[in-house]
Write a protein that binds this ligand. Structure first.
Ligand SMILES: NC(=O)c1ccc[n+]([C@@H]2O[C@H](COP(=O)([O-])OP(=O)(O)OC[C@H]3O[C@@H](n4cnc5c(N)ncnc54)[C@H](OP(=O)(O)O)[C@@H]3O)[C@@H](O)[C@H]2O)c1
Length: 255
């Protein structure tokens, strides 16, 4: 009996935003391990280059490109570069997000609101549009949006961030419905509490951590690598009939 090739990504070009560390880094490394040429992206080129070098050192294929997804001009520039350098895109992982203010919703300031919406909603939306146009030219592709459990059950003091993650879940269904005709699938990953720099304020505070753990049936936070397998499933032919779904990877939190 031969092993399945359903999870192979040989010959695929994949773009992962926010891939210089945390969940994005783990996703970039697993997609590369499965054969994809991964474009490792975030605002700062240096961190991306480090991840790309590590992938190449392991025998994989990777290219580092900087892109601030909250800046519309940088989104157009990065897609011009992808067109020129690769001519196609098969997988987009919208993973980079921001959560600049941790406060009661009544104290939300306008600049934090604007930044969160610009990156988490406008960024994901226009990255998906640019990727969708390129994928349409080549018969399809897979878009994966890293949302959050907060998109279903808002996290305390994470008001506007939670609102943007709910928008990402709806955005996933919009692209799934309207782009299926072009062979493009679009799905969301909903991570639970994961041990990264992003979540350090929660994970490193014993009182907050213990409150969180009490609500997680698996009684631990996730390692970033535990998010990557779900993204591989959604990126690969293993999920060829799956579009518009939100996949909870949360230790049972939402169950
Ligand atoms: N960790 C959790 O508990 C958790 C739970 C649910 C959902 N999530 C979601 O998982 C995703 C990844 O989070 P993480 O925990 O892995 O965070 P992280 O470790 O802080 O990494 C964030 C990544 O995004 C990049 N980035 C930040 N702002 C950016 C921007 N405007 N444009 C482009 N890149 C940007 C950062 O690099 P630069 O600084 O170089 O830009 C970095 O590579 C996010 O969508 C987050 O909402 C996380």
């Amino acid at each position: 009996m031969s092993k399945t090739h359903l999870f192979d990504l040989d010959g695929k070009i994949a773009f992962v935003s926010g891939a210089s560390r945390g969940i994005g880094e783990a996703i970039a490394k697993l997609l590369a391990q499965q054969g994809a040429h991964v474009i490792v992206s975030s605002r700062k080129l240096e961190g991306c280059q480090g991840v790309a070098d590590a992938i190449i050192a392991e025998g994989g294929k990777a290219t580092a490109i900087a892109c601030h997804i909250g800046e519309m001009e940088q989104i157009s520039n990065v897609f011009a570069q992808i067109r020129e350098q690769f001519g196609r895109l098969d997988i987009l992982v919208n993973n980079a997000a921001t959560n600049p203010q941790f406060c009661n919703v009544l104290d939300t300031d306008l600049s934090a609101f604007q930044k969160t919406v610009d990156v988490n909603i406008r960024g994901y939306f226009f990255m998906s549009i640019e990727a969708g146009k390129l994928m349409r030219e080549h018969g399809g592709g897979s878009i994966i949006n890293v949302a959050s459990i907060n998109g279903i059950s808002p996290g305390i003091f994470q008001g506007i961030y939670s609102v943007t993650k709910a928008a990402v879940i709806n955005m996933t269904k919009v692209f799934a419905k309207e782009c299926a005709q072009f062979g493009i699938r679009c799905n969301a990953l909903l991570p639970g509490l994961t041990d990264t720099k992003f979540a350090s304020a929660l994970v490193k505070n014993d009182a907050i951590l213990n409150t969180a753990l009490a609500q997680i049936p698996l009684k631990r936070v996730a390692d970033p690598s535990e998010m990557a397998g779900a993204v591989l499933y959604l990126a690969s032919d293993a999920s060829s009939y799956t579009t518009g779904v939100s996949l909870n990877v949360d230790g049972g939190f939402l169950s």
